[in-house]
Design a protein around this ligand. Structure first.
Ligand code: PLP
Length: 380
């Protein structure tokens, strides 16, 4: 037996409390039994998103919520600005193109945050931009973009549509306080659930814009959903068992306290970065690193794909690989969701051993010690 450790940026490990909640006997969704549970989850989601408005729950992965944002808020041919700093920035482009928008592709070097001035410049150049699409945390490059600063530019201008898939529940992205117009996430990251739920919160401004947006929509018709979900129901059959799990996971986050959840993610990220640096490895996004996932460049000559296969098959440790031009060159160690200090110790010590197996000179314990120093902060 090789014990398995899941340290990829989604799906993430699931706590027993959540697994047990999802194992409860299924109920019909048009009943007071279901509505009671869904009502509580809806309340918890508002707190998590930092909004007084509804956060809608969709039976889809995170991409479904991204598509819902596009389909509900824009009209054919409208110009939008896409911050394209990685695979998920590309996804905004692909969705925009699929729906016949006119996206402006604002390319950002992988591993870097977008410069607010670059957005300002585009807004000056194109006065008809109707929306800005950005990732709060670009999981593929492990960098965060400055959403709060971007929101200062859009208050009276285009809608700010934020992919918070590895941000919501990891670090603060309060929808109302920052003036974000749309915030989306999925269940399989900080919410500690299996994949299968998408979430979307919208500002008053976004709800108003929806009235004149003409793109076609059916399954992801947010007005229809809001009408049902305000009655603690849903337009279509909901993912009942996942909603049971959602209520449990939100309760766990509430019990820990959101500030503590954020602090834990930040601490685990710092420990991981400290370990990588102590091992002489370079970070992929040193200037603007995500608290959800750490990208580490591998030394020349180490085949990242083989290293990851070895870690998974021989050691039971699943990290994530690099995508596209980063394939084979990096690994990504996730610390999002149900992850604690000692998962990071396991991760770093496994990395030391695997690197050593692959011929990299490693002083055992050097990375672990650096992580321990950061993680000590939590001990009384
Ligand atoms: C930043 C970001 N956006 C969007 C997605 C897509 O979400 P899903 O795979 O749930 O459709 C992911 C998934 O990893 C992500 O990390």
């Amino acid at each position: 037996m090789i014990k398995q450790y899941l340290l990829a940026p989604g799906p993430t490990p699931i706590p027993d409390e959540v697994t047990r909640a999802m194992a409860a006997t299924i109920v019909h969704h048009r009943t007071p039994q279901y509505s009671r549970i869904f009502s509580e989850a809806r309340q918890g989601l508002k707190t998590l998103f930092g909004t007084q408005n509804d956060v809608l729950v969709l039976a889809s992965s995170g991409t479904g919520a991204m598509e819902a944002a596009v389909a509900n808020l824009f009209s054919p041919g409208e110009k939008v600005l896409v911050v394209n700093g990685g695979k998920f920035g590309e996804r905004w482009l692909n969705i925009s193109n699929a729906f016949g928008l006119q996206p402006i592709d604002l390319k950002v070097e992988w591993g870097k945050a977008v410069k607010v001035e670059a957005i300002e410049e585009q807004l000056k150049r194109h006065s008809d931009i109707q929306g800005i699409f950005v990732q709060a945390s670009e999981t593929s490059t492990t960098a965060v973009h400055p959403v709060r600063e971007i929101a200062r530019l859009t208050r009276n201008g285009p809608l700010l549509v934020v992919d918070g898939v590895t941000a919501v529940g990891v670090f603060p992205v309060p929808l109302d306080a920052w003036g974000i117009d749309v915030l989306v996430t999925g269940s399989q990251k900080a919410l500690m659930l299996p994949p299968g739920l998408g979430f979307i919160g919208l500002s008053d401004r976004a709800w108003q814009r929806m009235e004149k947006a003409k793109l076609p929509r059916f399954y992801f018709d947010l007005k229809l959903e809001r009408k049902s979900q305000q009655k603690a129901s849903s337009a279509f059959t909901p993912a009942v068992s996942l909603v049971f799990g959602l209520k449990a996971s939100l309760e766990m986050m509430q019990k820990e306290g959101l500030e503590n959840v954020y602090a834990r993610h930040e601490r685990l990220a710092r420990a991981t970065r400290a370990a990588a640096t102590a091992l002489g490895l370079k970070l992929l996004a040193p200037e603007s690193p995500s608290p959800a996932v750490t990208g580490i460049l591998l030394p020349d000559g180490v085949d990242g794909e083989k290293l990851l296969d070895y870690l998974r098959d021989q050691m039971g440790i699943t990290f994530a690989e690099g995508q596209d031009q980063l394939k084979g060159k990096i690994i990504r160690i996730a610390h999002v969701g149900y992850i604690g200090s000692f998962d990071i110790i396991v991760a770093v010590s496994a990395l030391e051993m695997a690197l050593s197996k692959f011929g990299v000179p490693v002083e055992f314990g050097q990375g672990v010690a650096a992580a321990q120093k950061v993680l000590m902060e939590t001990l009384r």
